[in-house]
Design a protein. Structure first.
Ligand SMILES: *Cc1c(COP(=O)(O)O)cnc(C)c1O
Length: 422
């Protein structure tokens, strides 16, 4: 840590001991537990430095070279760096790095390229889609006519025959793929062929696996002719909280106008500085190795759980996450499973499974992912150990002795793996 950061923390401690104490508590929580929520990660130390920097003081409405306020020589530099690096990393023609987060990024795409009432095909929330993919409780779900596709009950993969049938029937203006809880890769060729048949725009929301596309361990939708790819920057990419819209040149001007002034005002330049440094990291061999290890770890953990007779949705994983049917495996609903694992410092999240008979706050499963654990340097042997702990916990949720023993073991284990930036 530099002296100025240390002194800023000293000032925080003096000025506001309550917030300081919570910050220290959260640091300790992140150090002494294993983070397995698939959408979370530990960002790079240099990202923490940019987020707490003077870029947070600056208003930069507009885009580099065309701003509504003066004093933009350095903000223009970092936004241009971020955009150029995004284009290089994702092999695309245009990048907008201003969306304030993932939800705003998707809203900007729909509102910029479509008219209210237009039809969009996207994955159903309960089968793995995101809230912003037209869930009825979301504003977007009310503004646009979403047709939701599901997974097939046989192997749990997306039912492409049904997607095609629905597309021919409903003639969507946009076909959207991407997920928040789906342990398989996407068949981009099939989606593209279906969209072409009905003349729809193709969009992938790569929020969860954007870092794995960047690190080249998962396929890039642009290699299959996709028009738009969106991704959050804080999940597998390990950057600051934010979103990016990546697209073909023909959509560039509509996307830029939709983000600003259509949807947002001033961009968060401290976050954009963080995105720039993240995308520099993403071009290194170290990041490629990281992305590969995330997948190896995910497969290893899934394998360990299945060897112990846990039931995984789709019977495994092709990506960084798995969904465990805790009801079928252990007779525990997802809430109890999540709370039991919390007791031993293993953080997961309860998760609805396809056609879940149980309600969202007490669903049938949990979701587990490896991006954060891998960022701390955990490998295959560590995943096998984790699998054993998870399985033992969920088999004895009431046994305080077992839980206490595992909690102690997890804390000791965590000491071997420093949290990046701490
Ligand atoms: C996380 C996520 C988002 C939304 O990101 P926020 O930053 O939480 O708004 C959008 N789409 C998908 C698929 C996601 O996983």
């Amino acid at each position: 840590m530099t002296t100025s950061e240390t002194s800023n923390l000293d000032i925080l401690q003096q000025q506001d001991p309550d917030v300081y104490a919570a910050l220290k508590g959260e640091e300790q929580r992140q150090k002494s537990g294993i983070e397995l929520i698939p959408s979370e990660n530990y960002t790079f130390p240099e990202v923490l430095a940019t987020l707490g920097s003077v870029f947070t003081n600056k208003y930069s409405e507009g885009y580099p070279g065309r701003r509504y306020y003066g004093g933009q020589q350095y903000t223009d530099q970092i936004e241009t760096l971020a955009r150029d690096r995004a284009k290089a990393v994702f092999k695309c023609e245009h990048a907008n790095v201003q969306p304030l987060s993932g939800s705003a990024m998707n809203q900007a795409v729909y509102l910029g390229l479509l008219e209210p009432g237009d039809t969009i095909m996207a994955m159903d929330l309960s089968h793995g889609g995101h809230l912003t993919h037209g869930a009825p409780v979301s504003h977007m779900g009310k503004l646009f006519n979403f047709v939701r596709y599901v997974t097939n009950p046989v192997d749990g993969s997306i039912d492409y025959d049904q997607v095609r049938k629905d597309a021919l029937e409903h003639k969507p203006k946009m076909v959207l793929c991407g997920y928040t809880s789906y342990p398989r890769d996407i068949d981009y060729e099939k989606f593209k062929a279906i969209a072409d048949e009905v003349g729809a725009i193709t969009m992938t929301d790569a929020s969860h696996f954007g870092g794995l596309v960047a690190g080249q361990s998962m396929r890039n939708p642009f290699d299959f002719g996709f028009d738009i790819v969106t991704t959050t920057t804080h999940k597998s990419l390990r950057g600051p909280r934010g979103g990016m819209v990546l697209c073909k040149k023909e959509f560039a001007s509509k996307i830029d106008k939709s983000v600003f002034p259509g949807l947002q005002g001033g961009p968060h330049m401290n976050a954009i500085a963080g995105i720039a440094v993240t995308l520099k990291r993403a071009q290194t061999q170290g990041f490629k190795d990281y992305a590969e290890q995330v997948l190896v770890n995910s497969k290893t953990l899934a394998d360990e759980l299945m060897q112990r007779q846990a039931s995984l949705i789709t019977g495994g994983t092709d990506n960084h996450m798995m969904v465990v049917d805790t009801m079928a495996s252990y007779g525990l609903d997802g809430r109890v499973a999540e709370e039991t694992l919390d007791k031993v410092n293993i953080t997961t999240n309860k998760q609805i499974i396809p056609d879940d008979p149980l309600p969202p706050l007490r669903p049938s499963g949990i979701r587990i992912g490896t991006p954060a654990a891998t960022a701390r340097g955990m490998n295959e042997a560590d995943m096998r150990q984790l699998g054993e702990w998870i399985d033992r916990c969920l088999r004895s949720p009431e046994d305080e002795a077992v839980l206490g023993e595992i909690q102690g073991a997890v804390e000791t284990f965590c000491e071997k793996f420093p949290v990046p930036g701490l």
